[in-house]
Write a protein that binds this ligand. Structure first.
Ligand SMILES: Cc1ncc(COP(=O)(O)O)c(C=O)c1O
Length: 511
């Protein structure tokens, strides 16, 4: 089939090569990327390969070409009734999948009454912008209370210093800000001009983005066989230029909590910052601990932890667009801030990366936290962890699969006998939107309240069993996307993979 031309040269050759070589050789092979791409006609060939891969994604990403759309402003505005109906059509098409619990993470609460309530709160403050605290002092107050409530949930009361923070737009922004704060702190107090951050390979990609934006050098360390950061490797990686160590509670890929106590101790003994990324776990682990689950210390009760990122818009059940960054002590927070003192537009200061910010989302996040309350979070966590336990047990019953590490509710699994990406693809055919992982190839499900609905766990496990059985029964079928995941995970030429991802982003903006 001509459409699958990307499966042939050069990928086939490279994949065959990769199958036979260890990971150690990839950095060596990567040296040949430039000369290889300089071969006449190669870039054109690559463009054709990218296009063929993206063509596979078109049906999923562009399902609305049959519906009316706008590539220019309508000459006369459409009626609000027409617009609303159009939007309802789109929303209705998309709703069933996430509502019925087919997604990993993504929608964390999703209960109709909860959503309806948050929407009403948003409507009250849809015009509010915390850039104008004189107009909306309420929003400033909500922000202060979100920070205070989150800090207290994460051990502020038992900390030796005041825990302060700010509200941000997402986990990524919280992480960016923490990294900027450490960079500026180290430059001013230590004179470090070429800062380094030591982190496990499983830390979120947002740290790489921070390095990209703020000129940091990341020093990655491996994880052990349980997928926990290797603390001894971290100790060895510390240099005169190190500004901070990073740990996850838990990590996005495998849902594993790093040995935070040891990492924080290490940071403290070297006078370094220690950032705990609790974007996923910040609103789960405190309640899991109260429920008696084995939760190692991870928050501000651990001396040496100097900042924590935590996301109300995940397991805090706020609408999307709200995260929190917390610091031990006011000094670090100051290194996050920005002020322009001589701008003709007036004195200007912002606490975070954004300028104007959506006050309605902050009000809704506050409302989510206050309506959930401790009891609400405790019960939600209980339900999620019980569903996750059943899912783990069910996966263990499938002999072809194995769970990575010993996770609580973000469950990654792989296979030694079948191509796990083909299982992912089969799950996709059955409606599931799971996450593909690499190094090692695996798939994960982040269990949310959506999966605690009756029948969802059973459906997941049934579909998983069927998917595994299908893959085993059809060894000759390569699948459509599975080889792409496989190729992207093993290809030594990361520039090619990056270019493919950029084309993917381009595609999202195509009409
Ligand atoms: C551990 C962890 N950190 C950071 C992030 C980034 O959060 P966001 O997508 O809100 O930017 C995520 C997102 O899933 C995460 O799981």
């Amino acid at each position: 089939m001509e459409r699958k031309s990307w499966a042939f040269w050069p990928w086939r050759m490279i994949r065959a090569l990769m199958a036979g070589v260890g990971r150690w050789i990839r950095p060596l092979l990567s040296r040949f990327e430039r000369p290889l791409r300089a071969v006449p006609g190669m870039e054109r060939r690559l463009e054709a390969e990218y296009a063929a891969v993206l063509q596979e994604l078109e049906p999923t990403l562009k399902p609305y070409r049959d519906l009316p759309g706008f590539s220019r402003l309508p000459r006369e505005g459409q009626s609000p009734e027409w617009v609303f109906q159009h939007l309802q059509t789109l929303a209705a098409r998309e709703e069933a999948r996430w509502r019925k619990g087919y997604a990993s993470g993504a929608v964390y609460h999703g209960g109709p009454a909860h959503i309806e309530f948050l929407n009403r709160v948003y409507a009250l403050f849809s015009q509010a912008n915390p850039l104008h605290p004189d107009l909306w002092p309420s929003i400033a107050r909500f922000e202060a209370e979100i920070v205070a409530m989150t800090a207290r949930m994460l051990g502020a009361e038992e900390a030796d210093e005041e825990i302060v923070g700010t509200v941000t737009s997402c986990g990524t922004e919280s992480i960016l800000l923490a990294m900027k704060a450490y960079r500026d702190w180290a430059r001013e107090t230590r004179g470090i001009t070429q800062p380094e951050v030591v982190l496990p390979v499983t830390a979120h990609a947002a740290f790489e983005k921070a390095a990209h934006l703020f000129g940091l050098r990341l020093v990655y360390v491996p994880v052990d066989e349980d997928y926990r950061a290797d603390v001894r490797a971290m100790a060895r990686a510390i240099t005169r230029r190190t500004i901070a160590l990073v740990a996850s509670a838990p990590s996005f890929p495998h849902g594993i909590i790093d040995p935070i106590h040891e990492i924080a101790q290490l940071a403290q003994s070297h006078g370094l910052g220690c950032h705990v990324d609790a974007c996923l776990g910040g609103f789960v682990l405190p309640w899991a601990e109260r429920l008696g689950y084995p939760v190692p210390p991870f928050d501000f009760r651990v001396r040496g932890v100097t900042s924590i990122s935590v996301d109300p818009h995940k397991y805090g059940y706020a609408p999307k667009g709200v995260s929190v960054i917390l610091y031990r002590g006011r000094q670090l927070r100051h290194y996050q801030y920005f002020a322009a003192t001589d701008w003709p537009g007036g004195l200007y200061a912002t606490p975070t990366l954004l300028g104007s910010r959506p006050g309605g989302l902050i009000a809704a996040a506050w409302a989510a936290m206050v309506t959930m309350g401790e009891r609400g979070y405790l019960e939600a966590t209980r339900a999620i962890l019980e569903a996750a336990a059943r899912i783990r047990e069910g996966i263990r019953q499938i002999p072809e699969l194995e769970i990575l590490g010993d996770p609580l509710w973000v469950i990654a699994f792989t296979s030694k006998v079948i191509d796990i990406y083909r299982v992912l693809e089969q799950m996709g055919r059955r409606g599931w939107s799971l996450n593909a992982l690499q190094h090692p190839p695996a798939v994960h499900l982040a269990v949310t309240l959506r999966h605690t609905q009756p029948g969802v766990v059973e459906r997941f496990l049934r579909d998983l069993q069927e998917s595994v059985a299908w893959v085993q029964a059809h060894p000759e079928e390569r699948g459509d996307l599975a080889p792409v995941y496989g190729m992207a995970a093993t290809l030594p030429f990361r520039g090619v993979v990056r270019d493919l991802l950029y084309r993917y982003l381009d595609l999202l903006y195509e009409l």
